[in-house]
Design a protein around this ligand. Sequence first.
Ligand code: CA
Ligand code: CA
Ligand code: CA
Ligand code: CA
Length: 379
Amino acid sequence: MKLFNWYLILILTATVAYSCDSINTFKNKHLKSDICNSVEATVQTDPVDSEGDAMDDPAVWIHPDDPSKSLIIGTNKKAGLIIYDLDGKQCQFVQSGRVNNVDIRYGFNLGEEKIDIVAASNRSFNTLSIYKIDGDSCRLTDVSARAIKSDLSEVYGFCLYKSALTGKFFAFVNSKDGSMEQWELFATEDKKIDAKKVRSFEVGKQTEGCVADDELGYLYVGEETFGIWKFFAEPDKNTDRKLVADTTASNIVSDIEGLTIYYTEKGKGYLLASIQGNNSYAVFERDGKNKYLGCFSIVDGSSTDGVKDTDGIDVVNLRLNNKFPNGFFIAQDGYNSKNGRDTTQNFKMVPWENIANSFTSPLIIDNQFNVRMLNQTED
Ligand code: CA
Ligand code: CA
Ligand code: CA
Ligand code: CA
């Protein structure tokens, strides 16, 4: 009898402790995102053809002469790359395989030509896929010199870096086991792009989201369940790193997914991170010690539903058109609905000024600084 009582007490204690823990976890997650500013998306892309968790990472390409003709390149991680115009209308699908993350850089010297490159981690072939973009015809041309196979068990996260020091282009690619590789891209004699591995290092547990700051020479990497790390992006620098923020900080919860940078002059701007665990986006200063400034969430709006479970993000500051006089922030929406009914995933765009002005101390709005210039090299 006595033994039975003890047993009962033990079970009760365990149950109460577990419940409190669950409630606290639940409360924390909610409290953490409830303190974020609410913004609405005004434009969204066409929904993807594939069902389920298919979309992942967007990247915005700025047109050299007419910003209103800029394009969005997104990954359908089950099938290939999709190109959209600024109204979110699909203009191209490239059946490239299971591309996970995508990034863009400007002004790669290929023979006598200067091209803009779109590159991605490709899980179908464990490779880096490299394309030249022709924006006016909404086309990507594969310019990979060969199947550039990674030594990682399986490529996952991906981002590009163009060094302000050397003018060289690099790709960072990581795997779910937390390993990172850095590849230098170079032109071949027959006007293709090849790559050689120049460095590899460990980040920790599962990694994916990454972004490089071309001007300040840093690489930011998300260790999904832990935090955001800052490394030197130059391959000959050491692999010492600094922690930007971890899950003990206000509003940062697991998983940490996509990362992107809002550039403005004099090294100012912001580092933005998708905090998938509570459907918000964290904003840090780009310079100095990357001070945390606050967060925002994309809620249901008059023309689009809210955004949840975001993987990839990107941001553009430049004046593009009347809908986006100050650029926009773009995020993958894990749960998309049309006329109140669930449909396949898409990307949603929020005018930057809506985000900037949602902060008590408004964020910088600079619609002149052009990241194309940032990437320009001497001829
Ligand atoms: Ca997802
Ligand atoms: Ca992930
Ligand atoms: Ca992802
Ligand atoms: Ca949604």
